[in-house]
Design a protein around this ligand. Structure first.
Ligand code: FPP
Length: 245
């Protein structure tokens, strides 16, 4: 197998961490045990991203559609999130990781919100890996909110609708100016064999490379993560232009 090219590490990697439920079923354990195993897998990937010099890592932890799950599962995911912050915040901070949240996270239970705020505050000045956790996130919701904000500016006479460009939309997304403009993901990985985006970074992934693997998220190892990066490094990116000769 080829080695990873450390000079061409993607600047932004986004991951749909799918398959915790099926992993739990396959092991005959409750779904929440699957999410717990998923949290451990996530921890390893975050650490590896820091070591490899990845600039931004975005993980899809809870979508705007995930509220449809049982109250027990939803509550359990938030408890795990609090546990993750409690257990990992010191190490994340030591490793110079900056934590951000993508999405309407203030609608989460109050204890989860306060735990997240603590993580945001503590790591705000860090300059290493930027770790974005997508929570209560949905791309359509994000784009809708951006349109609404532009419409408000247009109505107030601050912006001529004729002047609205794609860049205006980008700047008003959660990944826009509020986050000092996170670059679009170079690589999007989805585990568990599903080949869809599920309302994740729809706008931002216009020119991303996609790697789909069959492994269920809790079984996704650092080695497999590196394999996905190597696959990405073998791709030719044209951004709609022609092959560079
Ligand atoms: C998808 O698996 C995973 C989720 C909806 C939750 C992701 C959560 C974690 C990785 C751990 C918790 C960590 C944080 C930071 C919240 P699924 O349940 O959709 O799997 P299935 O398709 O097999 O049912």
């Amino acid at each position: 197998m080829k080695n990873i090219d450390l000079n061409r590490i993607p600047s932004h990697i986004a991951i749909v961490m799918d398959g915790n439920g099926r992993w739990a079923q396959a092991h005959g354990v409750p779904r929440l045990a699957g999410h717990n195993a998923g949290m451990l897998a996530m921890k390893n990937i975050v650490r590896r991203c820091g070591q490899l010099g990845v600039g931004h890592l975005t993980v899809y932890a809870f979508s705007t559609e995930n509220w449809k799950r049982s109250a027990e599962e939803v509550g359990g995911i938030f408890r795990l999130l609090i546990l993750y912050v409690e257990r990992e915040l010191a190490e994340l901070h030591k490793n110079n990781v900056r934590v951000s949240i993508l999405g309407d996270y203030e609608k989460l239970p109050a204890d989860a919100v306060s735990s997240l705020k603590k993580a945001l505050k503590k790591t705000a000045g860090n300059t290493g890996l930027h770790f974005c956790i997508a929570l209560n996130y949905g791309s359509r919701d994000e784009i809708t909110q951006a349109c609404r904000r532009l419409a408000v500016k247009a109505k107030a006479g601050q912006l001529d609708p004729e002047d609205i460009t794609a860049d205006h939309i980008s700047r008003h997304l959660f990944t826009g100016e509020e986050m000092e403009r996170v670059p679009d993901p170079d690589l999007v990985i989805r585990t568990s064999g599903e080949k869809r985006l599920s309302n994740f970074l729809l706008w931002q992934s216009a020119y991303s490379e996609f790697v789909f693997v069959d492994t269920l998220w809790p079984d996704f190892t650092v080695e497999e993560f590196e394999k996905a990066i190597i696959e990405y490094q073998g791709r030719e990116r044209r951004f709609g232009g022609r092959e560079q000769k």
